[in-house]
Write a protein of this length. Sequence first.
Lengths: 310, 391
Amino acid sequence: MQTQTTQHGRSHEGDGATMARGLGWFSLGLGIAEIGAPRALARLIGVDDDSRTRATMRVLGAREIANGVGILARPQRPGPLWTRVLGDVIDLGLLGWALQKRRSHTERVAAAIVSVVGVTALDVIVSRHAQRARAAASNEPVTRSITVNRAPEEVYAFWRNFQNVPLFMQRVDAVRVIDGQRSQWTVRARNGKTFAWDVEVVDDSPGERLAWRTIEGSMIDQRVGVTFHRAPGGRGTELKVDMRFGPGESDVLGAVAKIFAGPQMAVDLLRFKQLAETGEIVYSDASVHVGPHAAQPSRDTVTAGTEVAS
Amino acid sequence: MRATCWMGKKDVRVERVPDPKILNQRDAIVRVTSTAICGSDLHLFNGLIPTMERGDILGHEFMGEVMELGRAVNNLAVGDRVVVPFPIACGACSMCQSQLFACCENSNPNAWIAEKVMGHSPAGLFGYSHMLGGFAGGQAEYVRVPFADVGPLKVHAGLTDEQVLFLSDILPTGYMGAEMCDIKPGHVVAVWGCGPVGQFAIASARMLGAERIIAIDRFPYRLRMASERAGATDVINYEERDVLDALLELTGGRGPDACIDAVGMEAHGHGVQYAYDRAKQAAMLESDRPLALREAVRACRNGGVVSVIGVYGGFIDKFPMGSVMNRGLTLRAGQCHVQRYMRPLLERIERGDIDPTFIVTHRLSLSDAAQGYDTFLRKQDECMKVILKPN
């Protein structure tokens, strides 16, 4: 019934992910050394190899291994990489403390500090790279398809009347039609903030395709394309929505991108299908609430066909 | 109103909750006159179905009287006596139009959760987790029934509640299990599990013309009912005999033409295999214990049908796919498309082809629902089917 295609992965993996994997393996190797040969490692970095050092070394080793596995599992994610930076800071702290200790081999400890500083710099670079790549990924087009058991002309006509949109798009509060091409959309983020912008229709092929974009100078640059294909076997219309964002103010854009992210689009398209096929949006005793609610009738007054804010 | 609420694993209580209201224009509010505890409710009771929340109202086998109707319901009137099918179906999507009501594309508002687990979402069900809609169930005084113009079956006063209540789920489920077997004259059908669904699968295989029907269980009283009331020709107690050996012996070494799994995700057994599945399930390395299903696959004759109507929730381990593939078995399964069987089965009840009341062993007040769950789970007092009466 529904398919979701996102173009993720390879395109912005590239060098960043290779570097991240390198750091992951480095973490794993260091962790194994710290657990397996704490004495030799202690001597190498010039700290006293007493039992306390060895115990500390093993704890740090466990952290490194966990961190390494985390990075290797998802090299594109910035989280585990930033954890490495945090680990570097801890290591530097410990080495700084060791430097003041009488029994330490000062030159070796200093050399170790220099190496860790170098690795820290590398970690920061790779982490920031991963974070930027992730931010760019959130600007990727969100696409989703659904089959609706109605003729393409009918489905198109329903979408073309933008005043219908708030009926099925949960986050769109209102659409005010300005003229044949332009309309003003008011959208509500999860935190309750509302945003408004004007859109204009840029492609209008009745029964086939409808596309609109935010007008010049809007707070965001959003382009939406909806195609209506006749589904094989007399099953109505294959509806496909493609939503893209151009560069814009990053915080606003982030909020907006989240509003229209894949999962919300999945919910909205099901709501549209319900509306088109059954005449209304289907509610359960739980789903009529905006937040979590047990599957039992509500204590609040519920108006048919609307969610209860809670 | 009072309603049977899921309060956590092995904790079911009758609580006071708000009365249901019309939420959609095709809703009905039904005053429940009879409701039953289903074997699949025990999976919820045992905490094996994900996405349950404290306070969820249970129950998907129920019937009653229409108290209130949404504006868009034109085929029912206040006061009508109706049996309600457990899958919620819109009647308008392409699945419903293909009579695959349990796969309705519109009735699960939480489809996105089910899609994550199953790939695509099935229909919403009454009282069966949030992943399957978050609909309040019918083990209550009142219940809201969505798409009341599609599902509920009107029944006349000449039939008792007990005669028609099981049209809501287990009679059609057992019937579909037998129908999926493509029974032809001379066929031998084996049924794993002689709970209520297994009994009705046996009775249905008999109605559909199977020559021999072999019932498999471990409780003598259930096997007795299978042969004395449902129509099994042979019984196997798996605690006394090896099932595969017994089936080879009963079928001249061929194996049954069709095997019905009426057990599902909480199969019992013995030996290493049972210990293995218990351990894996406890460690959450598999969600379902497929002992009966594995045995049904291995037992089935070459080119035969394995029909799965026992409920599975998620993932199973060590499934003998090599046996299915190399021996050309057909695996068929499904939540029952109840809406398509209700009317023909009502006619069979009226004609006297089947009297579904034979499975009822316990009649309790709704207030005693917790006791009903416990008795049914422990199979105390030769418990087969518990009916709850709200009033």
